[in-house]
Design a protein around this ligand. Structure first.
Ligand code: MN
Ligand code: MN
Length: 320
């Protein structure tokens, strides 16, 4: 893999040319462009954290994930089994979308129209949040393109709370209730994994009553990766939207987030859970709630960058 392998085909910068911490601000040194005709997949930043209820700072998530992605090389551990994603997939870094600090509704509407362009171009979006409200406009644009979706949602929290005030419906804890009310997702073919903690306990009965499949973190800890993955695979049916809130991971592995919950998934387990989604009909990914101000030695951002790499591998090997 190198630059200039054929006309009109962009590749990440040659990994042996120039230090990996140099060059344009870009995921894994992928080319920065807004020309969607050059791309199969686009990494897209949404630097927004005005919808959080507790600690802010996820606006710097896209920047931190891109920084940490300087560690990545195009090879994969199982290279004899899996081609590196950039050989089969044209990946661009689309840059960050505009957000309007202080204006959630306007920002959400703008993001939805930007994402609609990307879906209409047939480009697969990989969205770097931002707080979890980032997901709402992506889900809306995705469902407009693909119809009702199966949601695979890794999170410590179900994000299914009702709005405290109907005039202010959107915050990062209301996203999946709104998505359900709007018919964007089918709860019976959707699954939430990693739910735990005192915050989530108060709402879980409503999530289950709404028809969602829930694999709480205690249940995951008892069952392990393989049975959990089998259950996820058996639940999903429609085009699959994968939304990964980094706080699904234990704060020992991912402290850099706004609402950490103890006793979570390990970094190794979340990578295995994502790998086990191979074969599902994925249509969009997001990774949200990385807040680098609370991070330690960049471990959260590094995990997030590696999860994006796993997303790319899933995408490159999802078959026809
Ligand atoms: Mn969340
Ligand atoms: Mn969460």
């Amino acid at each position: 893999m190198s630059e200039g392998q054929g006309p009109g085909r962009l590749y990440p910068a040659e990994w042996q040319r120039g230090p990996r911490y140099s060059g344009a601000y870009s995921f894994a040194r992928c080319p920065v462009t807004r020309d969607l005709s050059l791309a199969d997949a686009a990494v897209i930043g949404v630097p927004m954290d005005m919808a959080v209820l507790y600690r802010s700072g996820a606006r710097f998530g896209p920047r931190a994930i891109r920084d940490a992605s300087g560690q990545l090389r195009p090879h994969h551990w199982e290279e004899d089994k899996l081609e590196p994603p950039f050989d089969t997939l044209r990946v661009i870094d689309y840059g960050d979308l505009d957000v309007f600090p202080g204006y959630i509704e306007q920002t959400v509407a703008h993001l939805q129209s930007e994402l609609a362009r990307i879906f209409d171009a047939g480009v697969f979006p990989i969205v770097l949040g931002g707080d979890h409200s980032t997901t709402l406009p992506v889900l809306r644009a995705c469902a407009a393109k693909h119809g009702q979706l199966s949601l695979v949602h890794f999170d410590a929290h179900p994000d299914f709370w009702p709005a405290a005030d109907a005039s202010r419906p959107v915050h990062h804890g209301t996203v999946f209730r709104i998505a359900l009310e709007e018919g964007l997702i089918d709860p019976s073919t959707s699954v939430q994994v990693g739910i735990r903690g005192s915050i989530s306990a108060g709402i879980l009965h409503e999530v289950r009553a709404a028809g969602f499949n829930v694999i709480a973190c205690d249940e995951f800890a008892q069952q392990g990766v393989a049975p959990t993955s089998q259950r996820i695979q058996s639940v999903v049916r429609h085009p699959v939207y994968l939304s990964l809130d980094i706080d699904c991971v234990d704060p020992a592995f991912a402290p850099g987030t706004g609402t950490p919950e103890v006793a979570g998934i390990t970094s190794r387990e979340i990578i295995e859970l994502v790998r086990a989604l191979r074969g599902t009909s994925l249509v969009a990914f997001d990774i949200v709630e990385v807040a680098p101000a609370y991070d330690s030695a960049e471990i959260t951002a590094l995990l997030a960058a590696n999860l994006v790499y796993e997303f790319l591998l899933l995408l490159a090997h999802r078959g026809p």
